[in-house]
Design a protein around this ligand. Structure first.
Ligand code: IMP
Length: 183
């Protein structure tokens, strides 16, 4: 069983659903950890993994995700968690005019007990005019993936997993595990 460290139940459910489909076992280590404020999602993800590896005995993975809004020069990006808490979706909507494109980026970091490996996944789309949908979490009610009419919060976990930033990063990681073996 490989450990996934996160305090976020929604992330765990999305990841477990995909891992189950691939017959890969996963254990949820429900744990909150401090994240640094840095310029990139990659740095935040790697820094968290490095800190946790210093006292975790077994291989694990974690992930960090950011929402990059084009008209805001990529903001909130690595500040996504802070902005979500401070502003929330309603105030984010107020910041935007006609240009509404955005990208989700997930960077998953795996520690195999010796080395760190990173896998990233992106989802392009646009910010909706109003919040829609009750599923998911965070920015899901205001994000419409490219080529879709529904927000991520109007999709089931399986539908979100078919296209999401998180599942794209996870699929690369699963490929890595298939090639290199489970820990
Ligand atoms: P973190 O990866 O937990 O630091 O997430 C940063 C911010 O983005 C938090 O406010 C999350 O709620 C939000 N977030 C992370 N992943 C997703 C997602 O898949 N959909 C919508 N919001 C997300």
């Amino acid at each position: 069983m490989i450990e996934f460290i996160s305090s976020n139940r929604h992330k765990f459910v999305e990841i477990k659903t995909r891992m189950d489909e691939c017959n890969l076992g996963i254990t949820w280590v429900r744990m909150k950890y401090e994240e640094i404020q840095a310029d990139t999602t990659e740095e935040i993800s790697l820094d968290s993994a490095k800190k946790l590896s210093s006292f975790r005995g077994k291989p694990f993975f974690l992930e960090d995700t950011g929402l990059y809004i084009t008209s805001l020069n990529g903001f909130p990006g690595p500040y996504s968690s802070y902005v979500s808490k401070k502003l929330g979706n309603q105030l984010v909507l107020k910041l935007l005019d006609d240009e509404r494109s955005a990208v989700f980026l997930t960077v998953l970091t795996y520690w195999d007990g010796r080395s760190f490996f990173q896998f990233s996944g992106k989802l392009e789309g646009e910010i909706s005019l109003v919040e829609r949908g009750k599923n998911g979490f965070g920015y899901d009610p205001i994000f419409i993936p490219k080529g879709k009419d529904l927000t991520l919060a109007e999709m089931t976990v399986e539908e979100k997993n078919e296209i999401s930033h998180r599942s794209r990063a996870l699929n690369k990681f699963i490929e890595f595990l298939r090639t290199n073996g489970m820990p």
